[in-house]
Write a protein that binds this ligand. Sequence first.
Ligand SMILES: Cc1cc2nc3c(=O)[nH]c(=O)nc-3n(C[C@H](O)[C@H](O)[C@H](O)COP(=O)(O)OP(=O)(O)OC[C@H]3O[C@@H](n4cnc5c(N)ncnc54)[C@H](O)[C@@H]3O)c2cc1C
Length: 485
Amino acid sequence: MASEAKRSTQHSANALRALRRRLPGRVAVDKASRLKASLDNLRISFEPQAVIRVEQAAEAGQVLEVANKYAVPVTARGAGSSATGSAAPVRGGWVLDLSALQEVRIDPLSRMATVGAGVVTADLQAKAEKHGLFYPPDPSSKKYSTIGGNIACNAGGMRCVKYGVTRDYVVSLEGFFADGQPAGLGLPLKKYVSGFNLRDLWIGAEGMLGVVTSATLRLIALPPKRWAGLFAFRTERAALRAVTGLLKAGVQPSILEFLDRQSVACAENYSGYAMYPGHAGASLLLIELDGSAAEVRSQRSALLGYLEDRALGWKEARTEVQAEKLWQVRRTCSQSMYSLADTKLNEDVVVPLNRQAELIAFTLDLKKKIGLPTPTYGHAGDGNLHVHIMYNRKNADEAKRAREGIFRLMEKVVALGGVITGEHGIGLAKVPFMQLQHSEAEMAAMQAVKKALDPKGILNPGKVFEPFEVWDHPSLDVRLPWDHR
Ligand SMILES: Cc1cc2nc3c(=O)[nH]c(=O)nc-3n(C[C@H](O)[C@H](O)[C@H](O)COP(=O)(O)OP(=O)(O)OC[C@H]3O[C@@H](n4cnc5c(N)ncnc54)[C@H](O)[C@@H]3O)c2cc1C
């Protein structure tokens, strides 16, 4: 046994030596670097042996070549903002940090941007705007998250109701297969149907099928006008009925966000800003329209025609600053919930649009049954609601009830015809629910794809397919860049 451990240590040391010879100066093994790369927003830490911060795309290929030769696990990393533990190197090995790949080239003629995997989402948006162009995907983490991470998680956000998710903007990818061979998945062209679509396989694969070093992304014309309004409803049911009614009436919001009363209370206490003064205890819809001035005018009148009499009250943002204030409060929802308890189970489930009211009735009932808060908000225009269960991790009874609550929730979601994750992906956190969602044959097909593209299983091992229970792993109480508390 002891000699086996010795052999394995020797093997890892040889692999690291080989890597250092190939990429001198890129390999960090100090405690601080390893700790930083050991976790993501799930906050469960697994220290890697080394962190490799590549500065050129080709260097990622060299890392993989060595890793594949020595069968060392490699976890690609952007900003480490993943909500599911997908960026945590659960099997140790090397973290491949791509955040230094920062090139941005915008082609206004074909309306495409070719960007390094490490470019931060909001930075790309700002650069595109200078050309009158728009990159719509906008996860709430956009000031931190990277394009590589967005692609690997197929990130969504608030604007998906009108503009779709990250996948809808990926034209082509460049990167490396598991053995370090270069991969060009598509080309920066308007049309491309040659061969199997490996590009779409990599999108949402959480870095388990290949490593992206750059992407060409579709841009659209920047909508010249925005309008934002906030509508208060006595109950969640009334708010969600308004959502389906609005969509049926042909209103096409660019954002359609729902907040239940528990979430509104958290966000208001946290920000010190009353979202809808005079209607404490209301459920809210936050709605944005965009387009030309004429489009926004006609959509606004259709929207108000439908909502004015149905809402308890409403207000509109008259300036960009007022609109930003509304969204800022919405964006703080996630952090604000820690006033309820120290630990959050955050589920980004999706159900059919006309079944959201049933899901909310279920979460309110669940709150009573498990005796824990279940604040819920999210992208009601997509049926994608963030249901949270808040509990105190050190309280064993609360932890047990939280676990039970999540299982009941997932069963309900699947029974409603929904999916266990709409934007965060599986990582570690959603593993226990994969079998609720997917048949054995579907799981086997996914594993066959993994085996074909990564025969030695070095890319982000320990995720998606292998058993993991978040409840068995204490999360670190660390401050991450997006924590404002
Ligand atoms: C405050 C907050 C708000 C959030 N809001 C949203 C939201 O509204 N919508 C949403 O969808 N998500 C949201 N998220 C989750 C997260 O930000 C997204 O999943 C984001 O896409 C992750 O990007 P990242 O650069 O941080 O990736 P990381 O966390 O570093 O990595 C995520 C996954 O991608 C893989 N990966 C990273 N880079 C590459 C690469 N170049 N090639 C291959 N694989 C790679 C990693 O191995 C890992 O599996 C939020 C997170 C936080 C903390």
